[in-house]
Unconditional design. Structure first.
Length: 300
C-alpha cells in the first residue's frame, strides 16, 4: 500500500486519517516496528510529512473485531442538541470498545440511544472526541456530526476547551497552587504505562489544594495538555498519587475506588459559537464529595 501525502501532517495522524478502520494504537505500533516507510525510510510517529512525500506500508490485515452491540446502560446526559451531547461517564465504563474489552463501553450505550454519531474517530469510536480512563468518572463531550467532531477536537488541541478535575491524593500538600511541568512518554519497561521522561511529549497540569480530608487531600486539576494518564502520572511524580489508582499509586494507596472525577467541561459550541460550560458532582464513592464546589474549579 502506497500513498502520496496531500497536506502537512504528522505521520501518525496522517495514517489515522487515511486508514480510519484501524486504531491509532495499531498504526503507531506499525510505525514503531519500522513497517511504515516515508520516501523509503522508517520514521517516528511524530515525523512531519509534507505534500508529495510517499508513505508505504504493507496491508495491516483485518482490523480488530470490536463489539458494537447496543447496550441498555443508563447515561446521565447533561446537555444535548443536534450537534453533540455531554455525558457524565460512570465509574467502570470504558470510553469505547477494544479487542481486549469483554464488557460494553460508553459507545455501546450511545448506540442504544439510536442517535447519529460522528465517524471521524473511526468505526469503533463513533462520537468519541476525547476519552476518560475506565475508572475515572465525569464529563465527556460526544459529537453527533463529523463537522462538530472536527471543531471540538481542534478546540481540545488548541486548548480553548477547558477540562478540570477533582482528585483525592495521598500525603499532605503545603502549597495552595502549583504547576507540574513534566514531559510524558511510555514507560520503557512497561509499554502499557506512562511516565515522566525528558524525551516525552510536553505536558503541563495545574494543581489547586482545596481541602484536607480524612483520607488525604482534595485537589483541583486543570489540564493545559491532554496526554494519556496525565493527571495520574503527574501527581505520582510529585509524590501525591491519586487514591485508588491501582496502576500508578503505591500499594498502600491503591485500594478502593479511583478518586479522580472530570467535573467541569467548557467549550465553544461548534455550530453556534456559544460558550457551553457543564458541571457534574462526583459520585457517592468519591471520598471528598461534600467538599467539592463548582466555584473552586471555575475560579482556577
Amino acid at each position: 500500500m502506497e500513498y502520496i501525502v496531500d497536506q502537512k501532517d504528522r505521520l501518525d495522524k496522517y495514517l489515522a486519517r487515511i486508514l480510519p478502520e484501524y486504531s491509532r494504537t495499531r498504526l503507531v505500533k506499525l510505525v514503531d516496528s519500522g513497517l511504515v516507510l516515508v520516501d523509503g525510510v522508517s520514521q517516528k510517529p511524530s515525523f512531519a510529512l509534507h505534500p508529495g512525500m510517499s508513505v508505504a506500508l504493507d496491508d495491516p490485515g483485518p482490523s480488530e473485531v470490536h463489539d458494537l452491540t447496543p447496550a441498555d446502560i443508563p447515561l446521565e446526559v447533561l446537555f444535548e442538541d443536534d450537534a453533540l451531547l455531554v455525558v457524565n461517564k460512570p465509574r467502570g465504563l470504558a470510553a469505547h470498545p477494544a479487542a481486549s474489552l469483554k464488557e460494553p463501553s460508553l459507545v455501546n450505550a450511545l448506540l442504544a440511544r439510536n442517535i447519529s454519531l460522528s465517524q471521524t474517530a473511526g468505526a469503533f469510536r463513533p462520537g468519541i472526541v476525547h476519552r476518560l480512563d475506565k475508572e475515572t468518572t465525569g464529563l465527556m463531550v460526544v459529537a453527533k456530526t463529523d463537522r462538530a467532531h472536527v471543531i471540538l477536537a481542534k478546540q481540545m488541541e488548541n486548548k480553548t476547551a477547558e477540562r478540570r478535575y477533582f482528585a483525592v491524593v495521598a500525603g499532605d500538600i503545603e502549597q495552595e497552587r502549583f504547576k507540574v511541568d513534566g514531559p510524558i512518554a511510555r514507560d520503557k519497561h512497561n509499554r502499557l504505562l506512562m511516565t515522566v521522561d525528558a524525551a516525552g511529549k510536553h505536558a503541563v497540569t495545574f494543581i489547586k489544594r482545596l481541602a484536607r480530608v480524612t483520607q488525604g487531600v482534595l485537589v483541583g486539576a486543570r489540564l493545559e495538555t491532554g496526554r494519556t494518564h496525565q493527571i495520574r502520572v503527574h501527581l505520582r511524580a510529585v509524590g501525591h498519587p491519586v487514591l485508588g489508582d491501582k496502576i500508578y499509586a503505591p500499594r498502600e494507596f491503591g485500594s478502593g475506588p479511583m478518586q479522580l472525577h472530570a467535573a467541569y467541561l467548557a467549550f465553544d459550541h461548534p455550530h453556534t459559537g456559544e460558550r457551553i460550560a457543564v458541571y457534574a458532582e462526583p459520585d457517592e464513592l468519591f471520598y471528598a464529595r461534600e467538599f467539592t464546589k463548582r466555584q473552586d474549579l471555575e475560579d482556577f
